[in-house]
Design a protein around this ligand. Structure first.
Ligand SMILES: Cc1cc2nc3c(=O)[nH]c(=O)nc-3n(C[C@H](O)[C@H](O)[C@H](O)COP(=O)(O)OP(=O)(O)OC[C@H]3O[C@@H](n4cnc5c(N)ncnc54)[C@H](O)[C@@H]3O)c2cc1C
Length: 461
């Protein structure tokens, strides 16, 4: 297994990665990219085992309902790229299982890749969202055929791919990019039906990063995002060769959706688990800031907090149901229940911004304008900051200040904006979750109940 320092060294491999107009080299010394890499290195250190042949426990696929139940919350305690590594591998294993009968050799490639990835303790990011061009047109009808990643050349030993994958979380911080089709492909769209693993430093790969990381000299003003943030990458594949053993789908258009759906499932269970924690965290903020402000007794504040409690409890209930009703695959792995995963993810994402509004409503304007800890420490201003930032007697002004900074950092600053869009779009957007929920819901049973209640025995033929 790799140590944190070994991971940091491994990033110095010639990868072409860019930030705000400039090539980043080395990543570890960049003020924004470097702290994100440190976050990933911290998780490596947490799980490091010096034994020969040891593999990271966080990357072992769950084989029972209990293991799945253990693994999902564990992932909340690691950095995002370790999470996407787990998600990519689980999605590939789920897809391989679903396609074993029809493309056995490619499914074997997946199993071999998974073993090698676990043994070499690499990190992998999920590359599914294409540039997509005109959304009303299929890949083959786009004026620019590269709007969706596609195969542009085939040889005996592999394929060459071209295109771009957008918004890829942590793309510059993994070792491999797991490329999958973003959706079902139609007849004559064989070239766009490509799933494969590409090293980040492969010739022809370029990554342009964007980041919500704070650019403040005083990191205390951003208590969370100063050390926990992850740039998203716009990943360009400019005629990249991929050898056969790293290709998992190459032209079988009718199977393309299997990969997209498998990744969607693992991405959404991760999202649901994250939102369950976030929702409890927001309840905690709302309660503490109302306490600090002296408003905990007012009925409208109590009602808002109660609504937040119900929201948080429903997400957690959906998460629990998704894990409890998991599905066992023929390959011996388990995956979460599709309906409960998608319904819970949808509920959490659709209502997140309302819950944030409640926190802002309860907290007051100081969420945005509270002075910094530096102002508190400055002898010329500190005494006034303490005096006027005091809320209810008994709660220290400094504690109220720290609370307000953390609420701003997480919900009302750069990360807050990132979060409000991410919750809606991640895992394929709200529409995708509605479709999957509809596909897995027992509509016949619901119709039967309604017909029974209405006393109708012979509904239309
Ligand atoms: C911060 C962040 C991180 C992300 N991380 C990753 C990642 O790690 N890996 C990854 O692969 N993706 C990632 N995503 C991408 C995410 O999955 C997409 O943003 C999402 O699937 C929506 O795609 P889009 O952004 O291209 O928007 P669009 O597809 O353009 O969607 C915008 C709206 O248009 C609607 N729409 C689009 N096309 C149609 C159509 N044909 N018919 C009807 N309605 C349509 C959609 O339903 C939606 O309402 C991330 C996104 C964000 C914001």
């Amino acid at each position: 297994m790799r140590t944190g320092p070994e991971y940091l060294k491994s990033l110095d491999d010639g990868r072409q990665t860019f930030f705000e107009g400039e090539r980043v080299d080395p990543i570890t010394e960049h003020p924004v990219m470097g702290t994100a890499a440190d976050w990933v290195a911290t998780s490596y250190e947490t799980f490091y085992d010096p034994a020969v042949g040891a593999t990271s426990p966080i990357l072992v696929p769950p084989r029972s309902a209990d293991e799945l139940r253990e693994r999902i919350p564990q992932l909340r305690r690691v950095d995002i790229v370790t999470r996407t590594t787990f998600g990519s591998l689980m999605a590939m294993l789920t897809a391989a299982d679903r396609l074993r009968d029809v493309q056995g050799a490619r499914s074997d490639n997946v199993l071999a890749y998974h073993q090698e990835a676990a043994l070499s303790d690499i990190r992998i990011t999920e590359c599914i969202t294409d540039a997509k061009g005109d959304r009303s047109l299929s890949p083959k009808d786009q004026p620019d055929p590269d709007a969706y990643v596609r195969i542009v050349d085939r040889a005996d030993d592999g394929v060459v791919i071209r295109g771009a994958k957008m918004h890829i979380t942590g793309a510059s911080f993994g070792h491999d990019l797991m490329v999958m089709p973003t959706k079902r492909m139609k007849a004559e769209e064989e070239d766009w039906s490509i799933a494969c693993a590409v090293p980040v430093n492969a010739p022809g790969v370029k990554i342009i990063n964007s980041s919500y990381a704070p650019r403040s000299a005083d990191t205390r003003h951003f208590p969370v995002t100063s050390h926990e943030h992850m740039p998203d990458g716009f990943v360009i594949f400019d005629d990249v060769f991929v050898p056969n053993e790293r290709v998992f789908l190459a032209g079988e258009g009718r199977y393309a959706a299997v990969f997209a759906h498998s990744l969607g499932l693992w991405e959404r269970i991760g999202g649901t688990s994250a939102m369950a924690e976030q929702a409890d965290l927001l309840v905690g903020f709302a309660h503490l800031v109302a306490d600090a402000n002296g408003t905990l007794k007012y009925s409208h504040v109590k009602e808002k907090i109660a609504e937040m409690v119900i929201h948080a409890s429903l997400i957690r209930a959906g998460l629990e149901a998704a894990l409890l009703h998991c599905v066992h695959t023929a390959d011996g792995f388990v995956h979460p229940n599709e309906l409960y995963t998608n319904a819970a993810k949808y509920h959490g994402a659709a209502n997140y911004n309302l819950m944030v509004r409640h926190v802002h409503d309860i907290a007051g304007g100081a969420v945005l304008t509270a002075p910094t800890i530096g102002d508190l420490e400055n002898p010329e201003t500190g005494e006034f900051v303490t005096k006027y930032l005091q809320g209810r007697k008994g709660v220290a002004a400094e504690h109220r200040l720290r609370l307000l900074h953390t609420i701003r950092d997480l919900t009302a600053d750069s990360h807050g904006g990132w979060h409000s869009v991410t919750n809606v779009q991640s895992g394929g957007g709200l529409y995708a979750q509605r479709i999957v929920s509809m596909n897995h819901y027992d509509m016949e049973r619901a119709r039967g109940l309604a017909l029974d209640a209405a006393g109708i025995a012979d509904w239309a033929s």
